[in-house]
Design a protein around this ligand. Structure first.
Ligand code: ZN
Length: 310
């Protein structure tokens, strides 16, 4: 394979950056790095590009670059909001990366990229109509209908975390009240922990594991809200599958079964059209693989499942 045919996938997260170069099914190189301290936001984007360039050297520019970025973007690839790195607001990430890498760059938010990865190579393989939910500190989702990622007018389709389920509910990071994310994410667990003078979501999980009733109820409430939101989306779109992953999976089987019960109890005609619920399969590789798919699709190529060495 000529090195000019390399595809470059970037997974830009709050605490790490991953780069993968592929040629066909072969992963030519991949690397993960944490963020260096004290860089200006624009230099952080250049740091990402330089990681890719170092991996590419001495090969010519890649054929295409796909990016999974854990931020809200506009149609031009400019960051609208990134709670983890507020300084990135207004940064033209796509433009900076294209100039530095001398290749076309396609960016999706991390949930959309993960949905692409899970659909193609993970839990959603073989399904056509599905919702992939990543539930952690925030709640993101990617929606695939008729086998295609739904982007919407601004690329913001699938913002499941900001569906308002309880208008008088707790404040959300988006400035409104009662969004799913305020009710069911790691932030909801953090809030419940703080109300009892405990530190963070893991404390709630530990208390639930010790059989403390308040904690079990908090976990169950989070799971029920998530199941309800998924059921409403499944009803609206006649989905066949809901895939759930992310840090909240650590809440274990009580959380999962409550979510599943809520999904089925709140679905329309669930006796006849029971939507399936499955856990994600790709773990933290989903975004990187999704980025690879984006790169391939942007040049009309096919992304073949690359083999990771474990
Ligand atoms: Zn919100």
């Amino acid at each position: 394979v000529g090195s000019g045919g390399l595809l470059c996938a970037l997974d830009i997260g709050g605490s790490y950056v991953r780069v993968m170069l592929t040629a066909g099914e072969e992963i030519v190189r991949h690397q993960q790095s944490s963020w260096p301290d004290n860089l200006a936001p624009r230099d952080e984007v250049k740091f990402v590009a330089d990681l890719a360039l170092a991996l590419l050297a001495p090969a010519p520019p890649p054929a295409a670059v796909g990016v999974s970025l854990a931020a809200l973007l506009d149609e031009q690839g400019v960051v609208v909001q990134w709670p983890n790195r507020p300084g990135w607001r207004g940064l033209a990430v796509k433009q900076i990366l294209e100039a530095r890498l001398d290749a076309p760059v396609t960016i999706e938010d991390d949930a959309n990229a993960a949905a692409l990865g899970e659909h193609r190579f993970g839990a959603g393989r073989g399904y056509r109509d599905l919702l992939v939910i990543m539930a952690g500190t925030g709640i993101g989702a990617g929606l695939i209908l008729d086998g295609v990622l739904v982007r919407g007018r601004h690329g913001w389709a699938g913002e499941l975390g900001h569906l308002i389920l309880l208008p008088d509910g707790p404040a959300c990071s988006c400035g409104r009240n009662g969004c799913l994310q305020a009710l069911a994410s790691g932030r909801a667990l953090d809030r419940a922990a703080a109300e009892r003078g405990l530190a963070g979501a893991p404390a709630v999980n530990q208390a639930a594991a010790r059989g403390e009733r308040w904690a079990s109820e908090v976990v169950a409430a989070c799971a029920s809200w998530l199941g309800l939101a998924a059921a409403n989306v499944a009803t609206l779109l006649d989905l066949e599958l809901v895939v759930v992953g992310g840090g909240l999976r650590a809440l274990g089987s009580a959380w999962w079964t409550t979510m599943e019960s809520s999904l089925h109890a709140n679905g329309l005609n669930s006796d006849h059209h029971r939507v399936e619920l499955r856990p994600t399969q790709l773990d933290d590789r989903a975004g990187l693989l999704g980025a690879g798919i984006l790169a391939a699709e942007s040049i009309g190529a096919d992304m073949i499942e690359p083999l990771f060495h474990r």
